[in-house]
Design a protein around this ligand. Structure first.
Ligand SMILES: [Zn+2]
Length: 98
């Protein structure tokens, strides 16, 4: 790994921050939602199972999320993650108040 490989683009940070919390799927004239990490969804109306992971750019982004999830799953990472998440939430609260 070179030094350059360690840098993450601002574009990637922006894309992760705006990553949708849920995926909207239209089928049978209705809309339902799934996790953005689900590869397949089942329509609640007709029970058809469909592939919902469609556009190519998402693959790399999901890999990035998976890498973070994998890191967080480490037993020793839990306390670091929870401490940092608390700090981020507190910072966000401050931002919204001022
Ligand atoms: Zn359907």
């Amino acid at each position: 790994m070179t030094d350059e490989d360690k840098f993450v683009s601002y574009e990637l940070i922006k894309v992760i921050k705006s990553f949708p919390i849920q995926r909207e799927i239209k089928h049978c004239d209705s809309t339902f939602t799934t996790s953005p990490f689900d590869f397949y969804a089942v329509c609640p109306e007709c029970k058809v199972r469909m592939k919902v992971w469609s556009f190519s750019g998402v693959a790399e982004l999901e890999d990035a999320f998976d890498a973070v999830f994998e890191w967080v799953a480490h037993p020793k990472a839990k306390e670091h993650f929870e401490k940092r998440q608390k700090e981020i939430i507190e910072d966000t609260d401050k931002d919204s108040v001022s």
